[in-house]
Design a protein around this ligand. Sequence first.
Ligand code: PMP
Length: 419
Amino acid sequence: TRSTVGRAVRDRFPILSTRPGGVPLTYLDNAATTQKPDSVLDAIVGYYSRDNSNIGRGHYRLSLNATELYEGARERVRQVLGAQHPDEVVFTQGTTAATNLLADTFGARVVGRGDQVVVSGMEHNSNLLPWRRLCERSGAELVVVPVDGDGRVAAADFRAALGPRVRLAAVAHVSNVLGTVNPVREMIADAHRDGVPVVVDGAQAVPHRPVDVRELDADFYCFSGHKVYGPTGTGALYGRRELLTDLPPYQVGGGTVKGVAHDEPVRHVPVPSRLEAGTPDVAGAIGLVAALDFVDGLGWDAVRRHDAELVDHAVRVLRGVDRVRVVGAPEADPSGIVSVVVEGVHPYDVGGHLDRHGVAVRSGVHCASTFLDDLGLLGTVRISFGVYNTVDEIDFLVRALETVRPGEWTKNHPDSRFL
Ligand code: PMP
């Protein structure tokens, strides 16, 4: 059978044949955002060309149709996450918007003075700062579970952080720095034994593995559409129905109320609309459906095999390069991410050098400086794969890495921890 991934799918991504800076693009920054296939681009143009109108408000055909498309997108996300009801899916701008929404609504309700909120030591700022601010505002304590030597949160360490004062826990499913996978199912089961609800940041999981929120028994699960071949500004928050149903609105305005009179209390519409004030990104939701369909069309087996092949190859060849060190154990359960450090060269200099070869990678702390501090690193060079990447691209990256030299950043940071 013909492969559905790698070279076979590249011509569906117009950007992959561009030459930014006059050299062919080797795009290896997929953990930051993925490129978009033709079907996603077509869906967005198609929506604006044929279907555009505001939803939920009009009583004319076009608006009813757009409303149906938007609610259809919600149903599609429900399916993908394995949620029970479409009204457990709230559209957000992405993972950051979802965690902020949760902290300000659910968090503000359940966390008070003297309580504890548990997070892991590997969190992206988007699943750290909302909880930290919640604790600062409410007089609660933020408890940080350390990451183990393999770059994972051990279930036992998470269990040890639970206790009678814990009201909420928030953890990454997959690390955006190392690509390592946390035992979230076990962590959730442990938390539930204590009656603690768990928020899972699935931003790096959803693009690389089938997720089933019921199988995980997750209370809340967030992801970003743009990391799974969908448009920027899209994403979703799954919330278990019992927990979501009576949440207060996050933002208030159009679409969140049943009708307002100046001298009467406001009556809110039910969730999810209650949590989606204003005109949503309808075109984005339509584009996201096309992206989810695209991944479905490839098949999870093919995507998983491809991730494993690329990560295995990358780890093997990178370990053979002088002065290059692979951080953690990304091949244990591949999620398309390999982080490296080049001894004696600042990650920014590595990124700049690779850019001159048309290679796009992320270098630095990846919005997780607390984790990088724990790792004792100033930063890493993060190589991250999408379904269109190939082994040849990895070899090209490696050849470029072999010629990297210390540059301005390295010279200006003589004592840095990448050395
Ligand atoms: N959490 C993780 C683990 C991430 O990798 C990212 C994206 N860098 C985010 C949260 C934030 O996602 P977004 O910027 O799409 O809101």
